[in-house]
Design a binder for this molecule. Structure first.
Ligand code: PLP
Length: 389
């Protein structure tokens, strides 16, 4: 069978769903109401941001939260609000989006890059334990691809050593660990509404907070150092304006009513892909960490067990009409971090993931037109084609 990249016919010609999904009526109505009210900012008495925060806190199993401009600033605000600053070391996984680590740099603390589990690619509790020093003050587990990090052992390490835990839930709206929603499992949890995420307003973020004290501190960081009940021009702390707008919140609030259906749909795709690829000699689905009870399936991660030219694989799959993403390079290899003076140790599991793991993106996982079968068929065609070259 001739590969599409060599002039053969592609496996799939139908388009994949686009992201974001089309605007729904509830979004149109609420956005219009906010626009017509003139209350576009969150300090003008509108309720969209407050309602969004309340809904996210409730869904995360906590009482408090703060809406912010994006998740990078949310991670910064959570860490700073929890007292992380210069001289501190903060543990982050080696296989994640760069912002997990650069948010630590914003606080003045040093990110310590720790390898991930060889199979599930989430922060490895054993590697965390080995990286602790007297300067370690916080851990940032990432709920990668929508599946929760194995939080119980990480929280146990944190409790033993008096560390703060900030969950990077930027990819995991609606996910759950041992029946408990993510975001409420650490001291604070941070969601992203950037345009690639499971809920989006183009940009945006939200921090949920375990306690009233954490909420007051994080709120102050995001509200120019004000105190929650203090005077408007009294600024007891150093802080910044990191707020989300009411217009963004109006796009997001109605989305909560359909988030669970969208997650079900992506899980159905993942289950179908798992069936299609069962017994495949060259490809396996990256498994979830122990304790995953609800995977929000931001991405479906696949490991390819064949020596192949990676850029050729990605180009050949795109030509077959099934585009895949090559995923993250290991954090420690990025000059963004080495230039910032971050010490880097070898991270063999993240390095293997950078060579072997590819992603099916969220929009494709929303497909219900045989997408999983197309994925499996194109992978088989291309990998066996590559093997023959
Ligand atoms: C997207 C993302 C972020 C950053 O979110 P922004 O809203 O773009 O700042 C942080 N961590 C992870 C794991 C992400 O995927």
């Amino acid at each position: 069978m001739t590969l599409a990249i060599d002039g053969g016919s592609p496996v799939r010609t139908a388009p994949w769903p686009s992201w974001p999904p089309p605007l729904d009526d509830a979004q149109r109505e609420l956005v219009t109401a906010v626009l017509e009210s003139g209350r576009w900012g969150a300090t003008q008495g509108g309720s969209a941001c407050a309602d969004l925060v309340a809904a996210f806190a409730r869904r995360s199993g906590v009482e408090h939260g703060v809406a912010v401009g994006n998740a990078t600033l949310g991670l910064f605000a959570a860490l700073r609000g929890l007292g992380v600053g210069p001289g501190d070391e903060v543990i982050v996984p080696a296989y994640t989006f760069v912002a997990t680590a650069t948010a630590v740099l914003l606080t003045g603390a040093t990110p310590v890059i720790v390898d991930v589990d060889a199979t599930d690619l989430h922060l490895s509790p054993a590697a965390v334990e080995a990286a602790l020093t007297p300067r370690t003050t916080a851990i940032v587990p990432v709920h990668l691809a929508g599946s929760p990090a194995d939080m119980d052992p990480l929280n146990a390490i944190a409790a033993r050593h008096g560390l703060t835990v900030v969950e990077d839930a930027a990819q995991a709206h609606g996910a759950a660990y041992r029946g408990r929603p993510v975001g409420g499992l650490g001291d604070a949890g941070v969601y992203s509404f950037q345009s690639s995420k499971a809920m989006t307003a183009g940009e945006g973020g939200l921090v949920v907070c375990r306690s009233r004290e954490v909420h007051e501190a994080v709120w102050s960081v995001c509200n120019v150092g004000r105190a929650l009940d203090g005077a408007w021009y009294g600024h007891p702390h150093v802080g910044w304006n990191l707020r989300l707008t009411e217009i963004q919140a109006a796009l997001l609030l109605p989305w909560l009513d359909r988030l669970d259906d969208e997650i079900d749909r992506r899980n159905a795709f993942a289950a179908a892909a798992e069936r299609e690829l069962a017994g495949h000699d060259l490809v396996t689905v990256v498994p979830q960490p122990p304790g995953t009870t609800r995977d929000s399936r931001h991405l479906l991660m696949l490991r390819v067990h064949a020596p192949f030219d990676r850029s050729f694989l990605l180009a050949a799959m795109a030509a077959e009409g099934v585009p895949l993403d090559g995923g993250y390079p290991p954090l420690g290899t990025m000059s963004a971090l080495t230039e910032a003076g971050v010490r880097t140790e070898p991270c063999p599991s993240a390095e293997a993931a950078a060579r072997e793991v590819v992603w099916v993106r969220q929009a494709m996982l929303m497909d219900d037109c045989g997408g999983a079968a197309h994925l499996a068929e194109a992978l088989t065609k291309v990998l066996h084609g590559v093997g023959r070259r």
